[in-house]
Design a protein around this ligand. Structure first.
Ligand SMILES: *[C@@H]1O[C@H](CO)[C@@H](O)[C@H](O)[C@H]1NC(C)=O
Ligand SMILES: *[C@@H]1O[C@H](CO)[C@@H](O)[C@H](O)[C@H]1NC(C)=O
Ligand SMILES: *[C@@H]1O[C@H](CO)[C@@H](O)[C@H](O)[C@H]1NC(C)=O
Ligand SMILES: *[C@@H]1O[C@H](CO)[C@@H](O)[C@H](O)[C@H]1NC(C)=O
Ligand SMILES: *[C@@H]1O[C@H](CO)[C@@H](O)[C@H](O)[C@H]1NC(C)=O
Ligand SMILES: *[C@@H]1O[C@H](CO)[C@@H](O)[C@H](O)[C@H]1NC(C)=O
Length: 598
């Protein structure tokens, strides 16, 4: 009897537990189905972390069976910055349970796949709507009857109907990349119209406003690729770049057709992956050539003249000694005014003594050799400088920009960026040497016109088209000073709205354009695009001087004048000498007369 009671008790106990379990939990059948769905989703696209919002529900038990780490957020919002893997699947026990308020986590998990369990009879439409308002588009839901219907309701933002019923019996993927085809939805964009990055033109066929240029083309091809329409707004604003950046920051724009440099960048989350890596240097005027009348003075180098004089004295001493093999004739006059040595060095003929000794002949040979070297050297020096006069000195450092009378024209926006990044080269420039333009396009206009009043700052990509343009000029006007750079490597990226859901597609598109060589092609064509659109003239902006005066008699007249002055001085000396001599003679004569009278 006791055994029977014990048996009954046991049975009762276990059945009661079974019944309690059955009531408390969802059916084991449903959990199996959910488990196989999670496995299938992992096969579709791998994930290694589960983020589970909500209290105990149908997802908890299968997630334990799955071999992935799980983060439970029963409160609905995590108060920590999401630092786990980006391969995360988000599960939510009900649409209300995911109430994430942490901004960082929201931004990092915007694109991740979400699976939502609908407990009551909720319309999946409203769930999709609710998520898309938060700009989360990768959402699917399952209902309570999932074990029987085996259907997942996946949100399809751009399709009609916007819910796709994916049956587990078929092979259709639950989550798809929806933004690959945006079905003509608009992308809001504003172009800065700073050529050649983006240039406005009217399409001849349709009459629409369109943009071209190597930044505009990137956005245009992207819109075309994802089957979206580009809603282009044209701002006629002087502070256009600043305006675009603030519009992007305020989420009024999707994509700004402009480039933001790593100097100016405030938030990494409002710009794309770097589009162009380039240098940021000064564009300095090519130093002017020396005028022809200064060339003659240029070749007279005191050091070289000193060496020649020393050589002359040495040869004179040797000549004086070897003529009689004694120091007998050695005097200052014989050394400094040695006519043989002087004539020899100047390449003139001089009397060669009869039956000269071997040593003397040897010294004459040295003299002749020195004379050939000297005269040909100066001849070559002078003639090459006359055909191509030497330039004035170049700017060598940021500190001595001021001493070249050309200030650097810079837009205020770029100056702020350099100050903000504490650029060491920029700190070397004195404020007086800067001409600050609040209006960025105006500064660029001066640069595009090759205005010689200033030097400019330019990025390597923009310099490319200037270099192309200068090949048309008679002489290049500016050169890219590679040793005067604020930075040899800056990143230029396209500003994107913070929560842009297709940011990854844009970055991927950008990198593919680079891979295909299209960006390089667009950049190499930019100057000709500018010419085609009438933004720059196909003419020589270097303002060449039509007539470069060659050397005139006037220019060397100063040499003749000095010569004349020296001659006059000589004549005066001669007259003085004669006068002194005559006076001396007269004094002597008078003395003699006085003597005679006694
Ligand atoms: C879970 O994963 C670990 C490491 O990836 C592996 O060693 C282990 O065998 C896995 N367990 C199951 C049940 O798959
Ligand atoms: C996540 O990383 C950020 C920046 O690296 C750090 O500030 C934050 O404390 C980290 N969060 C956690 C929960 O470790
Ligand atoms: C979501 O969180 C916010 C702030 O934590 C709270 O005010 C709000 O009531 C929550 N919403 C729901 C539906 O729980
Ligand atoms: C692109 O979008 C249009 C609607 O603007 C649609 O008619 C067309 O079918 C789409 N193209 C593709 C390839 O889906
Ligand atoms: C800028 O850098 C210099 C040295 O490189 C440093 O002395 C100075 O404190 C820095 N200034 C700021 C504002 O960081
Ligand atoms: C160059 O700039 C100076 C100073 O801003 C201005 O006076 C001059 O007109 C400009 N020259 C040209 C050709 O634009």
């Amino acid at each position: 009897m006791a055994w029977l009671i014990i048996l009954l008790l046991c049975a009762g106990n276990s059945s009661a537990r079974y019944i309690r379990d059955y009531i408390h939990k969802s059916s084991p059948h449903l959990e199996d189905r959910v488990f196989s769905l999670l496995v299938r989703l992992q096969l579709e696209e791998f994930y290694d972390t589960l983020l589970l919002y909500g209290e105990d529900c149908v997802f908890h038990s299968p997630s334990r069976r799955l071999n992935v780490s799980t983060v439970l957020v029963s409160s609905g919002s995590s108060n920590f910055d999401w630092n786990f893997s980006s391969l995360t699947l988000i599960l939510s026990c009900s649409p209300e349970d995911e109430n994430e308020t942490n901004y960082q986590t929201l931004a990092k998990l915007q694109r991740n796949r979400r699976l939502v369990y609908l407990r009551e009879v909720t319309n999946p439409h409203s769930v999709c709507e609710r998520y898309s308002q938060k700009e989360q588009y990768n959402v699917a839901t399952i209902a309570e009857d999932f074990d029987r219907s085996r259907t997942v309701y996946a949100c399809r933002h751009f399709r009609d109907p916007s819910i796709e019923e994916v049956s587990l019996l078929e092979r259709n993927p639950v989550f798809i990349e929806q933004f690959r085809n945006m079905h003509g939805k608009p992308i809001r964009a504003v172009a800065d119209l700073l050529s050649p990055r983006s240039m406005l033109y009217v399409d001849a066929k349709t009459g629409d406003m369109k943009t071209t240029g190597y930044v505009a083309n990137l956005v245009n091809t992207f819109a075309e690729r994802v089957n979206a329409t580009l809603e282009l707004e044209v701002l006629a604003n002087k502070l256009i770049v600043k305006e675009i950046l603030s519009m992007v920051e305020n989420e009024q724009l999707d994509i700004g057709i402009t480039l933001e440099s790593s100097f100016r960048m405030t938030f990494i989350d409002i710009s794309s992956y770097p589009y162009i890596l380039t240098s940021y240097c000064l564009m300095v005027q090519v130093p002017a050539k020396l005028p022809y009348n200064l060339v003659y003075a240029m070749i007279i180098d005191p050091l070289v003249l000193g060496i020649i004089f020393l050589l002359f004295c040495l040869l004179s001493v040797l000549l004086v000694y070897s003529q009689k093999m004694s120091w007998q004739d050695l005097s200052l006059a014989n050394i400094v005014l040695n006519d043989k040595s002087l004539r020899g060095l100047l390449g003139q003929s001089f009397p060669f003594p009869l039956n000269a000794s071997k040593k003397l002949r040897l010294i004459f040979t040295i003299l002749c050799f020195a004379s050939i070297m000297l005269t040909t050297m100066y001849e070559a020096y002078l003639q090459s400088f006359f055909t191509n006069p030497p330039s004035e000195p170049e700017i060598r450092s940021f500190q001595d920009i001021g001493s070249y009378n050309r200030r650097i024209a810079m837009p205020a926006l770029e100056i702020n960026g350099l100050i903000k990044t504490n650029n060491s080269h920029f700190r070397g420039i004195r404020v007086d040497d800067l001409e600050i333009f609040d209006n960025m396009p105006e500064c660029y206009e001066q640069r595009d016109a090759f205005n010689l009043s200033y030097n400019y700052v330019v990025t390597g990509d923009r310099w490319r088209s200037y270099a192309e343009q200068q090949t048309l000029f008679k002489e290049p006007v500016f050169y890219y000073a590679r040793d005067l750079c604020f930075s040899r490597l800056i990143f230029l990226s396209v500003p994107l709205r913070r929560h842009l859901p297709y940011r990854h597609l844009f970055d991927e598109h950008m990198m593919q354009q680079h891979e295909f060589g299209l960006v390089n092609y667009w950049m190499s064509h930019s100057f000709f695009d500018m010419v085609r659109l009438g933004l720059t003239p196909l003419e020589d902006l270097s303002r060449p001087i039509a007539y470069t005066p060659s050397l005139l008699m006037d220019d060397i007249s100063w040499i003749l004048k000095i010569y004349l002055a020296a001659m006059v001085l000589c004549v005066l000396c001669l007259l003085l000498e004669i006068g002194v001599d005559m006076w001396k003679r007269r004094v002597k004569f008078r003395n003699l007369q006085i003597l005679n009278t006694f």
